[in-house]
Design a protein around this ligand. Structure first.
Ligand code: ZN
Ligand code: ZN
Length: 258
């Protein structure tokens, strides 16, 4: 049974001591491919994920400016982003979006850089990976206005909203990617959303090194642990583990076109 981790940060310094072993464990656990998210420490470095994808066959990559780093992005960085989207292993722009929880960059700057990156991705005919936190209304409004007309779909990464939020994202053509949160006992809204997500719109991810699933909650997350999340999703949805692996991998390939 093989899985695809649709979102991880294996460039993180937390993996510097044992990255090869982490990747080996992922492959042994059946995690055949991983989408390395390229936001890294922010501009001017935009190639954190490309370095992994160039080195390891199991990785695909994204490039993008995280909303946290929006204030660091200059015009030259955004031009460079457009060039990097043409790299053969880069499948999407991401993670991009809005984070009003931390507000590490001013909100108007976050919105401007999000809109600019949607335009860059549309020009490259690549899809997008969305990070949104405490910013659902603005995120969906900007997607509706600046992204939906391009019909390129997208990923709501680490989906943590309600079934209503899920419906709104699905209506915009998005896929919902579920991570470790869905295994947390109190995450009843996320579990309800996972149950109601159509078979052809569900993805699974780790967001490693963050948000390890139960029974490893609180520890460093890594792609091999995604089997716990996949088992939980299968149980919630009344599908077999094999089926869940199959549909999430198929969905990844349809949307991201590796
Ligand atoms: Zn994120
Ligand atoms: Zn992430």
């Amino acid at each position: 049974m093989s899985l695809i981790d649709s979102h991880c940060h294996l460039d993180s310094p937390e993996f510097d001591a044992d990255r090869d072993a982490v990747i080996e464990r992922a492959l042994e656990a059946g995690v055949e491919h991983m989408l390395a998210i390229g936001t890294g420490s922010g501009p001017p470095d935009l190639e954190a994920a490309i370095r992994l994808a160039d080195k390891y066959p199991a990785f695909y990559a994204t490039v993008g400016v995280h909303p946290h780093d929006a204030a660091k992005a200059g015009d030259a960085d955004l031009r460079r982003l457009a060039d990097l989207l043409a790299h053969p292993k880069v499948l999407a722009a991401g993670e991009i979006g809005l984070d009003y929880h931390y507000d590490f960059s001013p909100r108007d700057t976050q919105r401007a850089v999000f809109i600019q990156q949607m335009a860059i991705a549309a020009a490259a005919r690549k899809t997008i990976v969305i990070h949104t936190r405490e910013a659902w209304d603005d995120t969906l409004r900007l997607i509706e206005e600046h992204w939906r007309p391009h019909s390129l779909g997208g990923v709501m990464h680490c989906f943590s909203g309600t079934p209503t939020d899920a419906r709104r994202a699905l209506d915009l053509g998005f896929y919902l990617s579920f991570g470790g949160i869905v295994t947390f006992p109190k995450a009843v809204d996320v579990q309800a959303a996972a149950k109601s997500t159509p078979r052809d719109r569900i993805l699974v991810e780790t967001d490693a090194p963050y948000l390890a699933p139960v029974p490893k909650r609180g520890k460093r997350n890594e792609p091999a642990l995604m089997v716990h999340t996949a088992h939980k999703l299968a149980a919630l949805r009344g599908e077999s583990y094999e089926d869940l692996c199959g549909i999430t991998s198929e969905n990844f390939r349809r949307l991201l076109k590796p």
